[in-house]
Ligand binder design. Structure first.
Ligand code: PLP
Length: 628
């Protein structure tokens, strides 16, 4: 556990149990010992074949823990409640969840349900997100906010105004000045009074990867001049009372509370100015940016860590707003945040299997092969070999390796000329590796092949170099004996993971003996929403798991196989049903009327359409299944 820093990034949800397996603590710090869930048991339950009591799902599998999601939400709320109470802040906190972080129905519906007791709402950034937020919030608290961000056209704004008509507490946040005209026109047409927010472009900027969102040249929000023009126009239309919310977003993964306080303080000044200019301001929405400590280092100097706790974040925000408002004599606003990463990251774990490891042992050369090889050598190559042997006898190992490498290069040249056979080229490689190994300079990094697509499941690693904790989920009581990198199933040299938390370029791993399961943790935000279809690998299977009665027992409350080959083909406009028919006719054409063979070939094809694109267990071909 120490080796993988589980205590650092896993607290309070993940630990290692006495069996050496990862255990999940669904209620965080409030979890009792007997409530811990063994992740390996969950994976076995999900993936074992149906005839041996499992659910028969293919790996990779995302394992979701709704209780962890609930705990995160409640922790965030109680940290703000505590900061508000202890600082005598005179308004409440009611957050919204930005659905873009993970739009999964059960994640969004879960958040609305778990947060209905404290008015927790949703943030949408596009029309489909708005539709899902509207329908989900029908089951939420009537006071929950529905914050509408993003680029907006007439249709988006009409939909947001319809949401207001439906008594959903909807706020249209202006990201661009032009959106105001649409809001004014459409709200008149629909006969509904809009609630308007505006997104301010702050001068405060953070320096990490996500900082480019902020600052004067940031992509989003209104400049000071634009804010003043919006106020003036609203005044002209006698709609200044509609302006009620100020929004800003400093960027994701805000590194320190000092930067946070700086940005929130600046925004609070803008808020107070809007009050002075006559707007009916009620809410300050501080955007996202509450960070996650992916490597457990608690460092503010890295994109993948943050130097504060949830409580320190909440306290810094409350203090910054309170100080400015008190100084200006402005009533404390309702506090809203759009924390995404911090809410959903922990609740899901991506589990995949290492299926093979390329090992240097495979290049071992037998003494017979060596003898044949040496007999075949002539001229300079033979001289190299003699020098090599002499150095070996003298115990001069570095010289020995040098001669072996000379020999190998000469063999490569001869092979290219066509004067050396392939068996002898292999023997030359084998000899070099033998020497490297004997003198301890052989490359100790192994490549573990994993049943996964990095492009689909860890897109931020490929796209922006984001690191996540990745560890074996069992055998953690056994010392790993090798170091390895992970290579995925895609035919793409970028499809490998060779950077790990802690600045490591390889991971301590165990020798493969039977199934070897690994987990990628803290990936519940963004990763599932961003993933693509490179090489037509689709998403993983998903299970939802809750703690249940009885010591260490759990229940799988939902199990969804990932998209099949047919499903992913459909994404690229192929028509699996027609493809299947075409192939079936081809089978009939070439099977010479042999009914048994027609059946077997057709079933084989159907089976491939129906199964997921990932490596399947040997017995997973369900011959009874057929397309249609
Ligand atoms: N709100 C806005 C406007 C954003 O752009 C983002 C993400 O970049 C978020 C909220 C969520 O941020 P985070 O995941 O850092 O909480």
């Amino acid at each position: 556990a120490m080796l993988y820093r589980v205590d650092g990034w896993g607290e309070p949800y993940f630990a290692v149990n006495s069996n050496g397996n990862v255990s999940v603590r669904p209620y965080g710090a409030d979890t009792l010992a007997h409530q811990e869930i063994d992740l390996l048991k969950v994976v076995k339950k999900a993936s074992d074949p149906k005839n041996s009591g499992g659910l028969g799902l293919q790996l990779p599998i995302v394992v979701r823990f709704p209780d962890v999601l609930k705990n995160r939400l409640e922790s965030l709320q109680s940290c703000f409640d505590f900061a508000i109470q202890s600082q005598g802040y005179e308004a409440h906190y009611q957050g919204v969840y930005p659905v873009k972080c993970n739009q999964d129905k059960f994640v969004v519906d879960g958040i609305v349900k778990f947060g209905s007791g404290f008015r927790f709402g949703l943030e949408a950034g596009s029309k489909p997100e708005l539709l899902l937020a509207m329908s989900s919030l029908c089951n939420g608290s009537p006071e929950a906010l529905l914050v509408c961000n993003g680029f907006k056209d007439v249709e988006y704004i009409s939909l947001a105004l319809i949401a207001r008509k439906l008594h959903l507490n909807t706020v249209i946040v202006l990201e661009q000045e032009e959106e105001l005209d649409i809001v004014i026109n459409v709200s008149k047409k629909l006969g509904v009074r809009p609630v308007i927010g505006l997104r301010a472009k702050l001068r405060t900027k953070h320096s990490g990867h996500f900082g480019s969102t902020s600052g004067e040249k940031g992509k989003f929000g209104l400049t000071t001049t634009q804010i003043l023009r919006v106020v003036k126009k609203l005044q002209q239309y006698e709609m200044l009372d509609c302006l009620q919310l100020l929004h800003f977003h400093i960027g994701s993964q805000i590194p320190s509370t000092s930067l946070l306080a700086d940005g929130v303080g600046e925004a609070a000044q803008v808020y107070c100015e809007l009050v002075r200019l006559g707007a009916c301001m009620r809410v300050i929405d501080i955007g996202g940016g509450l960070g996650i400590d992916y490597d457990g280092s608690k460092s503010q100097d890295s994109d993948i860590s943050v130097g504060y706790s949830l409580q320190e974040y909440a306290s810094a925000v409350v203090e910054a707003v309170r100080t400015v408002c008190d100084r200006k004599g402005v009533k404390h606003p309702v506090m809203c945040s759009e924390s995404g990463r911090a809410i959903v990251s922990h609740h899901s774990i991506l589990v995949f299997e290492a299926v093979s490891a390329s090992s240097h042992d495979s290049n071992q050369i037998s003494s017979h092969e060596l003898q044949c090889f040496v007999e075949r050598l002539t001229g300079e190559a033979l001289a190299d070999y003699r020098n090599f042997s002499a150095a070996a006898i003298r115990g001069e190992y570095d010289t020995c390796l040098l001669h072996a490498e000379n020999l190998k290069q000469r063999c490569v040249d001869q092979f290219k000329e066509g004067s050396l056979e392939i068996e002898h080229l292999a023997a030359a490689d084998g000899l070099c590796e033998l020497v490297s190994k004997a003198i301890g300079v052989s490359d100790p990094i192994h490549t573990y092949h994993v049943n996964l697509s990095i492009f689909t499941s860890i897109p931020d690693f490929w796209g922006i170099g984001q690191l996540f904790p990745i560890i074996p989920i069992h055998r953690l009581d056994e010392k790993p004996s090798v170091r390895g990198i992970l290579s995925d199933l895609t035919c793409d040299s970028d499809g490998k993971i060779d950077k790990f938390i802690g600045g490591e370029s390889s991971l301590p791993l165990h020798k493969l003996e039977g199934p070897y399961y690994m987990g990628m943790f803290l990936g519940g935000a963004y990763e599932e929403a961003l993933g693509g279809f490179h090489n037509l690998f689709g998403g993983p299977s998903v299970v939802r798991v809750s703690q249940s009665d009885g010591p260490h027992s759990f229940a799988v409350t939902r199990a969804m196989p990932g998209p099949s080959c047919g499903d992913v083909l459909r994404v690229m406009q192929h028509e699996p049903e027609l493809m299947f028919q075409t192939l079936k006719h081809r089978v009939e054409e070439f099977a010479n009327g042999d009914a048994g063979s027609i059946m077997a070939l057709t079933n084989g094809i159907a089976c491939s359409f129906n199964n997921m694109p990932y490596l399947a267990a040997a017995d997973s071909c369900r011959l009874t299944a057929a397309v249609n």
